[in-house]
Design a protein. Structure first.
Length: 255
């Protein structure tokens, strides 16, 4: 289990994860945890949803098929408008990222689900997956010439080493900024919601019946924050695929 102080409020302890099945491979801890379980649950539920909705596609779609087509069309428009029609082959990849992040985050709001997108290691893994995909796509499309952006044409020779270093650092920081952005927003939202929950418990324990009445305000704030958190999930999932689409555009057309 992740190490936190026993007296830490639940707003912090909510990010602990339990080891369900301890596993080691070549001295590396690959234990099956509640975070792993949450990711697998998300993949399973999304797969069932997609397979069920598209098992018998019809010209006049039902509600489930319509919802799937709407989400896929939204992702496809985002990719093709940002990266161009040539990026249509990348739509399935971006679609998988979108539904995994969005549904995983939404399911994390339920009492029985761990929010894996609130862990930096998960969001960084997703960002590194995008970074790897984009570089492979760029090398297949443009070859080694893709990296000409590190040294723009006309750069004075004496300035070249510094400029190459700056551009390289900026390029390598892409997955870091992509992963930290979504992690930080989801982490902050979860902490705010649970802080109000902790506040309700503290007032009830300290003031008894009077505390129950006074806790109505933080409860209302929690409801508002839940709605706001859902909006954050939608926005952050969209921003993630939008930035991914920008990287795909660079891979296909150059900087």
């Amino acid at each position: 289990m992740a190490s936190y102080e026993p007296q830490a409020p639940y707003a912090i302890r909510q990010f602990e994860f339990d080891v369900l099945i301890p596993l080691q491979a070549f001295g590396i801890d690959i234990s099956f945890t509640t975070s792993t379980q949450a990711m697998m649950t998300t993949v399973l539920l999304v797969s069932v949803y997609l397979l069920y909705g598209m098992r018998k596609p019809t010209l006049v779609p039902g509600r489930v098929q319509s919802s799937i087509e709407a989400v896929y069309s939204f992702v496809a428009r985002t990719v093709t408008k940002t990266a161009g029609p040539e990026a249509s082959h990348s739509v399935p990849f971006v679609f998988c990222l979108f539904v995994f992040i969005l549904f995983g985050s939404l399911l994390g709001l339920t009492p029985v689900k761990f929010t894996f997108t609130s862990h930096l290691v998960v969001t960084m893994a997703l960002a590194l997956t995008v970074f790897t995909y984009v570089n492979i796509l760029a090398l297949r499309t443009q070859g080694p010439g893709y990296f000409r952006f590190l040294l723009p044409a006309g750069t004075p020779l004496y300035f070249a080493p510094m400029l190459v270093l700056i551009e390289l650092i900026s390029y390598l920081f892409r997955p870091i900024t992509l992963g930290v952005r979504i992690f930080a927003n989801i982490l902050a939202g979860h902490i705010m919601i649970k802080l109000f929950a902790d506040f309700c418990v503290m007032m009830t324990e300290a003031l008894g019946v009077a505390g129950v009445g006074l806790s109505l305000f933080p409860i209302v704030m929690m409801i508002v924050l839940f709605a706001f958190e859902i909006m954050i999930f939608l926005v952050q999932s969209y921003i993630f695929i939008l930035i991914t689409s920008l990287y795909i555009r660079d891979a296909l057309h150059g900087h």
